[in-house]
Design a protein around this ligand. Sequence first.
Ligand code: GLU
Length: 435
Amino acid sequence: MTPDLLLPTAPIVRPDKDRFLNEENPFEGMMSRFDRAAELLDLEPGIYKVLRHPEKQIITSIPVMLDNGEVEVFTGIRVLYNTSRGPAKGGIRFDMNVSLDEVTALAAWMTWKCAVVNIPFGGAKGGVICDPLKMSVGELERLTRRYTASIIQTLGPDSDVPAPDVNTNERVMAWIMDTYSMHVRHTVTAVVTGKPVEMGGSLGRREATGRGCMIVTKQALAHLGMPLKGTTLIVQGFGNVGSVAAQLLQREGCKIIGISDRTGGYVNPKGIDVDEAIAHVKQHKTLEGFAQGDRVTNEQLLTTDVDVLLPAALENVITSKNAAQIKAKIICEGANGPTTAAADAILDEKGIFVIPDILANAGGVTVSYFEWVQDRGGYFWTEQRVNDSLTQIMEQSFDAVLNLSKQHKVNMRTAAYMLSISRVATVHRLRGIYA
Ligand code: GLU
């Protein structure tokens, strides 16, 4: 550990240069889609201006005592994009590529996502620039608790409710809940969602995002007149979202012919046994060494001939550089922002049916909503009730977006933005501007 890590400001961590391929940053990508939908909706200038700005951005330095006795200072961010429809809602990610622009885009996407599925939340997101894989459990706990204390002014079941995201999980949510509860001097389960079931978490929450992807993929297949049985699927990113979506779609009869994680991809036209892949990851932490299938790069995986492509990792993997080579008929965006705005136009030209992120991956926050409702009511649902309610909301939302897309002759992404922006704008109109 070098002495400069003891300085009061965090080391500046530059996002990986190749990550955004200089094509766009996620905030600009989100804004260009917003602008198009706003124009089609003929949004009045005042509300247009309000919705282009995040309500609140917090950047905080987080000193943490490392196991070796030295101090490291990390940078943490929490952005509340819009709270007109209810408490801010959105995950917290631990990742080296976290930046203010990325977190702001993700917070805006949470706003639109909650509105698409019509749950009474605004949108938020948080992130800490760190590499959790290189940190011990003790270091992660101290980081989480100090970050929570630093943003405590926004947190609360009525104001801002975090959840898991990239590299955070139930255990991290338990630390956030405990830290918050210690500060307010009583136990507040509803301050986070995605908690362990033993302490107020919801059954079905862990699988909810992947389950939601499965539900909307089935609807897209039915809409396009494609059969479920034998439909081929490739999942890029084999974490909590991708692995569950792959497992559930395999159970529905789809054939999973490719999977990948950050160690690389595996393609097998005869089909991959998803349960075995999950067991491999459980044992080895990654897919490295997975024997079923040919080893390919992530890039080759994305452009393999397949019916459904399900990107379920990070932003900006489908770009103007590879969109023309994509052969899938359906893209189900399990990740947030996996497709750049420039790639949208190419996918449209090719006639690829895209289920946009703010709809496709909304299952997670929908069950977060059920968890928050259960915590506040102090009455817990069966897993069946959770899954049935999730299916109902996902199906209704898919149909609403599809109808709008037909009505306005726009793609599913533009329709989803139109639906959500109009819902947020309506509330702004009703509430007016406080002076
Ligand atoms: N991180 C998830 C997302 O991006 C879940 C957010 C939540 O449940 O609040 O949708």
